[in-house]
Design a protein around this ligand. Structure first.
Ligand SMILES: C[S@@+](CC[C@H](N)C(=O)[O-])C[C@H]1O[C@@H](n2cnc3c(N)ncnc32)[C@H](O)[C@@H]1O
Length: 218
């Protein structure tokens, strides 16, 4: 699996197919959460969310893990060309399924359009592994696709998701064939859903999850 091939085209393809909708999901809660100290960004891709996080949280330290060297390079260039401090960021080129994060270290986890890359079995390993890297009061910002429960919206989402998986499986050799909602795994790992915003007829969601030990809701 590699997003290297698609990395140079990712931005214009997203703009063409979704305009600013995905970016609105990625950044929806940035101004509403407590200022984090240590941020883990999984599958960050070309750095568009990282850039906004750096602007919002200039004192935080960031670890960005991605299996695509070309995506990581784009993220680095994106941050540097905006004149923001790449020194606060550690870029880690690794497969998330093999990477071993430090325990109980990050008070913010971010995964945007990343968990949808994995099969149910893979998520069953990945989500608990990442949760172990979260502090007891951590938040998890999560944006992704989802399938509405019924009606036209459900069938619309099904066709869009089917086309997307067809495309990404061929171009990136993704092993997932369909979407697995991570909600149950997050709950089992000690996270509670604080807020979910749906958009695009229920096709997109952006969430704030928090560890149960946190005192304030956001
Ligand atoms: C669909 S893209 C999403 C990129 C970005 N987060 C966004 O919001 O557009 C998925 C990203 O996750 C990375 N990725 C996919 N599978 C991965 C894995 N097993 N380990 C690490 N990164 C992975 C890809 O390289 C890619 O950058």
């Amino acid at each position: 699996m590699s997003f290297d091939r698609i990395a140079p085209h990712y931005r214009w393809m997203e703009w063409l197919l979704a305009g600013g909708k995905l970016q609105r999901c990625r950044t929806a809660f940035i101004s509403e959460i407590p200022v984090p100290r240590e941020v883990l960004m999984m599958g960050e891709g070309n750095g568009r969310c990282l850039l906004e996080m750096l602007r919002a949280f200039p004192s935080a330290r960031f670890v960005c893990v991605d299996a695509s060297a070309r995506m990581l390079e784009r993220a680095r260039v994106c941050v540097e060309s905006a004149g923001l401090g790449a020194s606060a960021i550690e870029f880690v080129h690794a497969d998330a399924l093999d990477w071993k994060p430090p325990a109980a270290c990050f008070d913010l986890l971010v995964s945007n359009f990343f968990l949808d890359c994995f099969t149910a079995d893979q998520l069953g390993v990945l989500v608990p592994g990442l949760s172990a890297a979260a502090t007891s009061d951590a938040r998890w910002l999560l944006a992704d696709f989802c399938e509405p429960p019924s009606g036209f919206a459900k069938w619309r989402a099904r066709w869009i998701l089917r086309a997307m998986y067809f495309f990404f499986r061929r171009v990136t050799r993704l092993s997932a064939r369909s979407l697995t909602p991570p909600d149950a795994l997050l709950r089992r790992s000690g996270f509670t859903l604080c807020e979910r915003r749906l958009s695009e007829w229920g096709l997109l969601h952006c969430d704030v999850w928090r560890r149960a030990a946190a005192e304030s809701p956001q």
